[in-house]
Design a protein around this ligand. Structure first.
Ligand SMILES: [Zn+2]
Length: 287
């Protein structure tokens, strides 16, 4: 019995100290007020936005289930006495929808049709966290004196991407159609397409003005200039890989050569330079 107890004790120590548990332990939810009652929230996973007011809180994306308690605490700190009414998912990736069931099982969860389809196909995803109001093209929420426009984009990052426009505050939440200052993830296994991703970036640049505050899916709060930098990087690196390919270099040879010093800062642990080159090379094959 004592031996068994020791095994359980050691096992529980191992589990509680696992990298997975540690990953969220020290992460805090930070808020930045972008305009009255509208906040950008950061923590672990995709950036969030929250609009508070008498109609209740609208939250854009919900990070991971492990972060739900901290997200709720932050919302209470920002708007004591107000309850979450609506959770919007910009797309289906786990670092944006993981908190759905914990945060909003009794509320409206809104997303593009394909977000629900993909999450429903995932047997590990809790049914109470599925989007219960879905749309194909666009949807406007009229809450807290704001018009919040959800616009579906052509398949770009995934096949269920939406951009969220807070028109009254001149703020846009890009979901993962913007990775600020780093190579973007184009999830081609889930309908993503680099050319469409670049097209959406051009569309948003043409739609907003120099004062628009842009919440990226990942990275720092940015603006039109930030989107232009991201687009310039995508165009330049795509042209470079295209030229190498035209000169007969294989994908592997281009990876060995690299993209040059100019783009080193865009490399990060998830989308490394190698992975970005593979994304570019695959996009050229699609042309
Ligand atoms: Zn994503």
């Amino acid at each position: 019995m004592r031996f068994l107890f020791s095994i359980v004790f050691v096992l529980s120590l191992i589990l509680s100290n696992s990298a997975y548990a540690d990953r969220f332990a020290d992460v805090q939810i930070e808020s930045t007020e972008l305009s009255p009652n509208l906040y950008m929230l950061t923590g672990a996973g995709g950036n969030m936005a929250a609009l508070t007011g008498d109609d209740g809180i609208v939250l854009i994306d919900g990070q991971f289930a492990e972060m739900a308690g901290k997200i709720e605490a932050k919302l209470t700190e920002l708007a004591a006495g107000q309850a979450l009414q609506v959770l919007v998912n910009t797309h289906f990736h786990g670092d944006h929808v993981g908190g759905n069931a914990m945060l909003a099982a009794d509320n409206r969860i809104i997303a593009h049709d394909n977000v629900r389809k993909r999450l429903q196909a995932d047997s590990n995803f809790p049914a109470e966290g599925l989007p219960n109001l879905t749309f194909t093209d666009e949807l406007t929420l009229h809450m807290n004196g704001h018009h919040i426009l959800l616009t579906a984009m052509q398949p770009s990052h995934t096949d269920g991407d939406s951009i969220v426009w807070f028109k009254d505050s001149n703020v846009v939440h890009m979901g993962d159609l913007m990775f600020e200052g780093r190579f973007p993830f184009v999830d081609t296994n889930s309908g993503g397409n680099l050319h469409a991703y670049m097209e959406v970036t051009r569309h948003v640049i043409a739609t907003i003005d120099a004062d628009t505050q842009v919440i990226p899916g990942h990275g720092q709060l940015t603006n039109r200039a930030g989107l232009e930098r991201e687009l310039a990087m995508m165009e330049a690196t795509l042209a470079l890989v295209k030229q190498h390919k035209a000169n007969g270099l294989s994908e592997q040879a281009i990876i060995e050569r690299g993209l040059g010093d100019e783009w080193l800062d865009w490399h990060w642990n998830f989308i490394t330079e190698e992975r970005w080159i593979r994304t570019l090379y695959q996009a050229l094959a699609d042309e």
